[in-house]
Design a protein. Sequence first.
Length: 191
Amino acid sequence: MSTTTVAELKLALGVGSLYSDATIQEVCDAADDALLPFLWKNENYNVGHSNTTTEGTLYFNELVTKTYYVGQQVVITKNGVPFNGTKTITAVGDYTITYAVTGTPTASEYHPVVPFGVVSGVTQNTYATIPAVREASLMICVAIWQARQAPSGQGMTVDGYAPSPFTMSNTLIARVRGLLAPYLDPRSMVG
């Protein structure tokens, strides 16, 4: 479910039933795709993996001994078979975690994961319930909608001044950064 609902966006845009719910939902999903990666989550990113016929190992570029523990359940995504799924950690190294794999996979040596895989622990909150995040999501939805509907991505003025056509640039998140400040992941602000 998206942070901004179809009904909320239709109301904000004043479009009623003029556009299909599927079209509006695409905008809501796009806003989440743009917004949610910047928010703090209980996630780490693995850079590689290997497996035996019974165990999988994920490799990290950061020390994970104080992040994970034996017996912890994590959700692994973006790693492919047999790595993805909800797994229980059986061993934690300085830069690795190991867990049992299902089925009878062929053993494979270490190889990189590009783009990085995602290892998620238990999430303590849902951003869809935080008013500031919901407002930021709605603002991004409206900006995306306007960029789709108006010539050159935004309205033009009568005096001939044409504002920047880059409405979907890095300024998209910058517009709502004040609302999101308490929830931003410091790792998302590098660069």
